[in-house]
Design a protein around this ligand. Sequence first.
Ligand SMILES: Cc1cc2nc3c(=O)[nH]c(=O)nc-3n(C[C@H](O)[C@H](O)[C@H](O)COP(=O)(O)OP(=O)(O)OC[C@H]3O[C@@H](n4cnc5c(N)ncnc54)[C@H](O)[C@@H]3O)c2cc1C
Length: 367
Amino acid sequence: MTTPTAIAVDGVLVVGGGYAGVHAARSVIRAGRRAFIIDPTGRHDFVTRLAAVAGGTAPESDASASLSDFSDDVIVGSMASIVDGAVTLNDGRTFTADAVVVTAGAVPLAPSIEGLDFALPLRTAADASRLRAKIDIASSVVIVGGGATGVQLAGAVAAKHRSVAVTLMDGAQTLLAGLGAATGGDAARILGDRGVDVRLGSDVDEIGEGSVNVAGDMFEGLPVWAAGYTARADDFGFPVERSGRIDVDQFLRVRGWSRTFAAGDVAAHRDAQGRELPMSAQIAVQAGEVAGRNALRLLRGDTLDRARLSHRGWVLDLGGFRGLAEFGPVTLSAPFLDLVPPVLHWAIDVKHLIETRGLGGLSDAPS
Ligand SMILES: Cc1cc2nc3c(=O)[nH]c(=O)nc-3n(C[C@H](O)[C@H](O)[C@H](O)COP(=O)(O)OP(=O)(O)OC[C@H]3O[C@@H](n4cnc5c(N)ncnc54)[C@H](O)[C@@H]3O)c2cc1C
């Protein structure tokens, strides 16, 4: 049996075609070099719109677009293993490059809860389509996880499907625990006005095909799992921080490696004060741009740029023309102010489309 030869690409190899991936590729392509994007589906999922797609307040066409709209060089496949500068796919092909950017995102957390597999996840366009079809025929839905995903999904389902009973549960004592207490309270108010049954301090014991059990109480409905995400980067042999995200240096290079950078949810990014930044599209876009630029500088033999990443705030769309935004001490979530964030959320999604696909992307702008 002969060993397959590695395929050397002339440019930057980008693993993952999500927010960090397309922005890394864009930095490279705009400088006149080729960016080869490896992705399992060959499509870019608009993850920030998936709650609206699954809940039915946005059309299915908002969920994803072909990566060939972003780059001429798309390789359909999934990274199975990596060493510095060489990526092997699950079909056995190995690609090598002088600079690689890993942006493989994150997957839903999977704690050991009995029956967890019965709960539907929401991370990819395929997840959103599956969930949308199930919600369309459901009479009740039980969403586990009161973070950004669960809150946006509960809002969308309740806005679109008035006859569906929606329960949103979380183990914490507030919704949106990573945000300010007032914002979590306003989320509960908006969802409560729409008839969502918000259950806080509810740790799930067991999940069934059509039920979720909490401390002996059974909540009937389609179970949905929205209780956080993990990078699982150690599965690929990367050096990781305690969070499971890749340990990167100030240039977003994998620590101790020379030719491989990492950006987005998969990597542990920090701000100027050394605080770990949240998994967000906004950080993934910033980090993807820096990693793409540094990959290019490495190819050219230039000195690398230090990453200066910052978390500017959250903008969440709860459907039904209501939402929440928080920029440091400034919040837009009180009654009437909560009309503004859905417009901002839409504007951010359109900006992402224009930046990555040019003005031509506007024909596919989210509705
Ligand atoms: C429902 C939902 C709503 C959200 N809403 C917001 C919001 O409103 N605002 C906000 O800022 N953030 C939001 N987030 C978080 C945000 O979407 C993520 O932080 C962002 O997508 C991270 O970008 P990324 O490029 O790191 O990962 P992703 O966008 O997930 O992209 C990762 C890519 O890597 C590919 N990939 C995975 N494994 C492999 C492999 N082995 N080989 C090759 N490719 C691989 C995937 O197919 C995918 O295309 C939301 C998240 C969810 C789930």
